[in-house]
Design a protein around this ligand. Sequence first.
Ligand code: DGL
Length: 270
Amino acid sequence: MSGNPVSSPVLVFDSGLGGLSVAAEIRQRRPDLPLTYLADNAAFPYGLKADEFLKQRVIEVIGAAVERDRPRLVVLACNTASTIALDTLREALELPVVGTVPGIKPAAERSRSGVIGVLATPRTAQSGYIDALVRDHGDGRHFIVQPAEGLAREAEAVLAGAAPDLDLLRGLQEAILAAPRGEEVDTLVLGCTHYPLLQAELEATAPRNWSYLDTGAAIARRVDELAPQAGQPAAADTALLTALVGPDTGYARALARFGFELDAPLHRPA
Ligand code: DGL
């Protein structure tokens, strides 16, 4: 599987539409790269699933897409999947795999007050992964980690055309403000790739003027380092899903707005 040609796509994976925030950054930095967007929409949301299930699932679904499209590299545009399956995936594939890590390190560098809020899926928030990042890269700063149940689903609904549930967005941010030292927060880490898709709505409902931080641009920089120039403009980018959605749905229209045409659904491993 190694040494796939430079005309082969970069495979961008997420449980749903969240990885589009990362795909947009990659496209902005490297418009020459063909992209395939892979969403495991049949198993969405990952943020409430068990580790063992997710580890196996991510390997199976990405493995099937790699067989099909022979990408040059894989971007795991999902914090939840990265915290659980990045090492296993790197062992299983003979391809470079770029993971997604909540922006603990850049937030520690950026924050002036030294108190930082983090929104993450319940799975990521409870994984111990953020604690390890804080220990290794938190530079002694104080982090308030808020599990954001329902926020990835909300991002998908808004992307598909629903009105945002402003109470949900306000409530999650107010929970950070109400935590010990919450009044000192100046930076909010968006620790799930779905959340930057709601950044305007989060800012509109923020109880304080926080600075928001995600790692989409950093992932695009890493892809840029790893992917040689394709040399010709990318053909139409395609989206692969694990569950069928009709072309006339909010889901398909959201993919189209980000430049992805629906392909036949990926054969789902039994
Ligand atoms: N977009 C994913 C992440 O970055 C997870 C969303 C979900 O499936 O819960 O964590």
